[in-house]
Design a protein around this ligand. Structure first.
Ligand code: 13P
Ligand code: SF4
Length: 309
């Protein structure tokens, strides 16, 4: 019965998608059924590139607000819909444009690199944008003598500082989901599965990263697992990605480092909300043109600098 209802919802979405000329993009942290129905799943960088290249009239962004906003900045001629209006990112809310302007005033000669997990206004105040997949390459591309302000994620910033050897001024923001993963979680998981490789997202805290094997964005985790000969992995990031890891690697076992690593905002998107979004053309995400043009400059740099394979 449940299966049949699910099938009907999917059919309805397919029909509406064709009527609206829509494409569905889903982040790797989305609920499994949303990832399964999407035209493209991926990490923030991959989805931004998809959003900037698609021919569709409408983009239904199954993710959180800053991702839909990024799509609207890169593709202003498209209608970008976020199926649940309250799906935000607490980390993105940890710095305002006003706070960034103040920081810039205190560091007048510095360049600003902002993580894509930020508002359009903050992107507009930044020189470069990056995702967790290319943050290292973006910072490496900047002149050595320049002071760099890195906002808002202190943990990604710490990882970038270590990989590049650059001293960064870090903003004290963080992901409320990734900081729930502890070193005790990793130790307990390693004790249970001693042969497993620990893949960890750079948004985790430094002590957690220190006891991990591989530090990767979600897209990089998918690539790494596909190429690896390891048969067991411990995954230290939001647990939604385990759905796709298992689907793409049916012979491999994947274990979450912590069952608490669930992003409540990512889980707000449901099949019903996707239907509502396509039916009512809601919730339209737009960015005022003046901010969009400035924010696009830093985002264009982000999509140009690809991570090393
Ligand atoms: P990536 O998609 O870059 O791995 O980002 C993780 C994240 O927290 C997105 O909100
Ligand atoms: Fe924001 Fe963290 Fe959720 Fe990503 S996982 S959307 S960074 S709160």
């Amino acid at each position: 019965m449940r299966y049949k209802m699910h099938e009907q919802l999917i059919k309805q979405i397919e029909k509406l998608k064709a009527e609206r000329d829509a494409v569905i993009l889903a982040h790797n942290y989305q609920p499994g059924e949303i990832q399964d129905l999407a035209d493209f799943t991926g990490d923030s960088l991959g989805l931004s590139i998809q959003a900037s290249e698609t021919d569709a009239d409408v983009i239904v962004f199954c993710g959180v607000r800053f991702m839909a906003e990024t799509a609207a900045i890169l593709s202003p001629e498209k209608t970008v819909l976020l199926p649940e209006k309250s799906a935000g990112c607490p980390m993105a809310d940890m710095i305002t444009a006003e706070q960034l302007r103040q920081l810039k005033q205190e560091n007048p000669d510095a360049l600003v690199v902002c993580y894509v997990n930020s508002s359009a206004e903050v992107k507009a105040e930044s020189d470069y944008c990056c995702t967790s997949a290319n943050a290292v390459e973006v910072v490496k591309s900047l002149p050595e003598d320049k002071r760099i302000l890195f906002v808002p994620d202190q943990h990604l910033g710490q990882f970038v500082a270590e990989r590049t050897g650059r001293k960064l001024v870090l903003w004290p923001g963080y992901c409320t989901t990734h900081v729930l993963i502890t070193t005790d979680d990793i130790k307990a998981a390693r004790a249970k599965y001693p042969d497993a490789v620990v893949m960890t997202h750079p948004e985790c805290t430094e002590p957690v990263k220190d006891v991990s094997d591989e530090l990767l964005s979600t897209g990089q985790m998918l690539k790494f697992a596909a190429r690896s000969t390891a048969k067991r992995f411990i995954i230290a990031t939001e647990i939604g990605i385990i759905h796709t890891l298992k689907k793409q690697n049916p012979e491999t076992e994947f274990f979450p480092a912590s069952d608490r690593a669930i992003c409540p905002n990512m889980k707000k998107i449901t099949l019903d909300k996707v239907i509502g979004s396509l039916q009512e053309m809601q919730y339209k995400i737009t960015v005022p043109e003046e901010i969009r043009i400035k924010a696009k400059k830093s985002l264009d740099r982000m999509v140009e600098i690809l991570p090393e394979e």
